[in-house]
Design a binder for this molecule. Structure first.
Ligand code: I3P
Length: 109
């Protein structure tokens, strides 16, 4: 699955609150491939190697849980992703359909 997602980091590894500066919304081109969610600055190109920043933004979603962020009212179509290493991200999808589709696909992994 591919698509535009904006990301906000709420908690980093081991559940530490993300520091100021890491908490702002950033727009990415997201690609879900197997158990890995790639978040890239630019459109996905299959033959291009990932940059160091792209690798840093990669999220392993094995044993992760996605759910609608019903407690977050500032933006629409936002879902929460909790990873197995206790990170928490908010992702904003372009529509409700896209949000639901991402949640279902992530939870199927
Ligand atoms: C953050 C930015 C985010 C905001 C976050 C701020 O500041 O304004 O938009 O999240 O609030 O820390 P900065 O750009 O300086 O990193 P919201 O959009 O959810 O309010 P937070 O610290 O309460 O998460």
């Amino acid at each position: 699955k591919h698509g535009i997602l904006s990301r906000k980091v709420q908690f980093e590894m081991d559940g530490k609150p993300a520091p100021k500066g890491r908490r702002s919304w950033k727009k990415f081109y997201a690609v879900l491939k197997g158990t890995v969610l790639y978040l890239q600055k630019d459109e996905y190109k299959p033959d291009k190697d990932l940059s160091e920043v792209d690798l840093k933004n990669t999220v392993r979603i094995h044993h992760a849980l996605a759910s609608q962020a019903s407690d977050y009212a500032k933006r629409p179509n936002v879902f929460k992703l909790k990873t197995s290493d206790w990170r928490v991200f908010l992702f904003q999808a372009p529509s409700e359909e896209e949000m639901t589709s991402w949640i279902l696909r992530i939870n199927l992994v």
